[in-house]
Structure formats: C-alpha cells, structure tokens
Design a protein around this ligand. Sequence first.
Ligand SMILES: [Zn+2]
Length: 148
Amino acid sequence: VSVEWQVSEIPGGLELRLSGKIDEKFDIAPVVSAARPAKRVAVRLSGLRAISSLGMRTFEGLVGALRDGRELSLVEVSPALATQLTLIPNLCAGARVESAWLPFACPSCGAEVSAAVPWKSTGHIEAAPTCECGAKMELDGLPEQYLP
Ligand SMILES: [Zn+2]
C-alpha cells in the first residue's frame, strides 16, 4: 500500500491524515465514505512524501468528493503537494489551504527541521522556527517554489 490514511475526530468534524505516496492506485472510495458523516473535514498532509502526475488527478477527485457539502481545509501541505499547488492554483478549488509543512535550515549551525507555516507568500518568514542554537532558521528552498 502506497498511501496510509487515518481518520480521527476533531471539534466540529473529522481530521483525515494522509501519508506515503499518492498514485493512480490510491482507492479514494473508503476514504470518502469514512468522511461522509462530517460537516467539516481537515486533511493533514505533512506525511505525504510524493504525488505522481496521475496521482494528482486522484487527489483532485478526493478533494472534489470531500468538499461536497462540507467545509474542507488542507493543513500542513507537504513540499510534494505545495509545489503542485503553486503551479496549478485551481488544483484544490473549493478547499481552503491553511498551512504548509516546509523544510528549514539553520544558517548558523546547519541543523534542519520541518515546520508548519501559514499558506501565504510571507508564511516562511512569519513562522520561521528558532534553532536550538538561537539563530532564526531559513526556508530550505525558494519561497515561490512552495508558497502562493
Ligand atoms: Zn542553529
């Protein structure tokens, strides 16, 4: 199985955690049916390592099915998906993207972490983590690669 998923309750709805790699073999039917009772669904994507190009279509189908009559948000969008979202902004039309889960590096000691940042052009500056050595960490990559 390339995709692992897990549903848990959150205030007012359900949280769906997706991790692994999404390709065309990902069967969205059981996921959609698990989310059916919820009025609000948050999809947490920090564990999503990769999406193939056919997997993008599968993911679009999942977003379309989940937002049907619901409030749908995407949280902690991983670099693999953030890159696609910046290239194709309509990809997840109807879903609110709340945050991205991005790689940071310390300019002083070289430490690396991932952190959640708000989904906006200045998100990586506003939410830059502070390193254990005390320095402000910097996004490992170009902001336009990951943020709108
Ligand atoms: Zn450091």
